[in-house]
Design a protein around this ligand. Structure first.
Ligand SMILES: Cc1cc2nc3c(=O)[nH]c(=O)nc-3n(C[C@H](O)[C@H](O)[C@H](O)COP(=O)(O)OP(=O)(O)OC[C@H]3O[C@@H](n4cnc5c(N)ncnc54)[C@H](O)[C@@H]3O)c2cc1C
Length: 419
């Protein structure tokens, strides 16, 4: 659908979510400018694992999360970790998160998330038809592999929940059969579940190719252009102050990921997002490189085999906007892959990285109009699933900006829920 006049939309934040917003706004006929404080795609969307996984409906607030979080206070090497800080916002966030760690709330959050995950997969499949390189997309399925029979049996309950409640089917491989699925796995594992509906991209390839595609359609990307000020009047945003001068538009989309709380004062609303820090290491491909992306939940890590590289990533640290990459965290990643893979590491290290996931306390994204500001939309808080949820979010944002009905119910994603 085309806008009646070429409205101008500014998207603040050039991560995967901002990119998707730009795509659908341009598709709706808008003149689109994307602003980023650094390089486009240099935030959390850069070196994550790239899973596009509709099977991943269950949020982080699972019943065992509190126990694990409390234990981590005394273990700086724990993969899921709360680091104490003298900051009221973090404690409020933790309390709200903990309140939601019940089976019933976990299942309900999954029900809210599933339509957006499915919509995103649908939109991505359309995108990959036209995007040159397709971000190295492969619908290879996503495997969950387990070392111990206890963990495998526990996950069988989760698998049954996924099947019975959400209709998500898997295949089950027992013991040494796992090597028939992927010969890179060790034969002494307890087993694996594989979700064939999932796939993966190489995030930095997708961002680069998508940017080129949109630039070719007239989207204006401005790097090193931090938004420093939001001005509003009469229930509308009237302009932005940026590191490269003032900018005015008809519509404003705020897709700044983990940085989003910095816009709360200017937008006059609450944006309770905490950075959930994760790490990755990208290496050359081992000679026995896995063929499939895989998660190893007992060690809370995942791997992704790319055309020209191999990545191990994960961890979840709540400790503020910390930019360090401690050696022991990177060593943990390679060490944790060893119990599962015949050859857990590549010979050459290409990149070590951290990213701040934009975490909300209910693990649901924030997608909706900013309360009290008619021409401003928030698209943030995509937690651990920004890659998986971006395309559907972009479509929603274009629908909101164009004042069309949204293609799925977004009540649960409303910024108003924090009022
Ligand atoms: C180790 C790891 C593995 C992950 N694996 C997966 C996965 O397999 N699948 C999946 O779905 N998700 C995964 N994620 C989560 C995913 O990476 C995030 O949810 C997603 O990248 C968030 O995208 P975003 O666009 O909201 O944020 P970002 O990519 O962080 O983008 C926000 C952008 O806003 C810009 N910005 C901030 N402030 C301003 C300002 N004032 N002015 C202008 N620009 C500004 C920043 O520079 C940044 O580029 C993973 C995360 C980690 C850490």
């Amino acid at each position: 659908m085309t806008a009646s006049t070429a409205d101008r939309s500014v998207v603040v934040g050039g991560g995967i979510v901002g990119m998707a917003c730009a795509h659908y706004l341009a598709g709706a006929g808008h003149d689109v400018v994307v602003l980023d404080r650094a390089e486009i795609g240099s935030g959390c969307s850069h070196a994550n694992l790239g899973y596009i996984c509709p099977s991943h409906v269950l949020p982080l607030n699972e019943p065992g999360a509190i126990r694990e979080g409390l234990a981590s206070l005394f273990n700086r090497r724990a993969p899921f970790r709360f680091r104490p800080q003298l900051r009221w916002g973090l404690y409020r966030w933790m309390v709200e998160f903990a309140r939601r760690c019940t089976h019933a709330q976990m299942v309900e959050a999954g029900r809210r998330l599933q339509p957006l995950l499915d919509s995103s997969m649908h939109e991505y499949l359309d995108l990959f038809q036209v995007l040159e390189g397709s971000g190295e997309w492969k619908r290879a399925g996503l495997a969950y592999a387990f070392r111990t029979p206890e963990a495998f049996a526990d996950f069988a309950e989760t698998d049954a929940l996924l099947r019975d409640t959400y209709g998500i089917e898997s295949s089950r491989f027992e013991g040494s059969d796992v090597t028939g699925f992927d010969p890179a796995l060790r034969p002494d594992l307890a087993g694996a579940f594989v979700y064939h509906g999932d796939g993966f991209v190489r995030p930095e390839s997708l961002l680069r190719q998508w940017r080129e595609h949109l630039a070719g359609r007239g989207v204006d990307f401005r790097e090193h252009c931090a938004v420093t000020d939001v001005r509003s009047d009469g229930g509308r945003v009237t302009g932005l102050g940026t590191a490269r001068g003032d900018l005015a538009a008809d519509h404003y989309v705020f897709a700044a990921g983990a940085w989003s709380p910095w816009f709360a004062a200017g937008l006059g609303c609450r944006i309770p997002i905490e950075p959930g820090k994760g790490y990755s290491i990208t290496m050359s491909r081992p000679s026995r490189c896995p063929r499939h992306p895989m998660l190893f939940p007992e060690h809370r890590i995942g791997i992704a085999p790319f055309d020209d590289g191999y990545r191990i990533g994960s961890m979840m640290e709540f400790g503020g906007y910390d930019t360090s990459i401690p050696d022991h965290r990177i060593a943990h990643l390679t060490g944790s892959a060893a119990p599962y893979l015949q050859e857990p590491a590549g010979a050459e290290i290409l990149e070590t990285w951290y990213g701040w996931r934009p975490m909300t306390w209910d693990c649901l994204p924030i997608v909706g109009r900013v309360p009290g500001l008619d021409n401003a939309v928030l698209a943030t808080g995509h937690n651990m699933l920004g890659m998986s949820l971006a395309a559907g979010t972009g479509r929603l944002v274009a629908e909101l900006v164009s004042e069309r009905p949204t293609h799925i119910d977004i009540t649960a994603f409303s910024p108003n829920r924090f009022a």
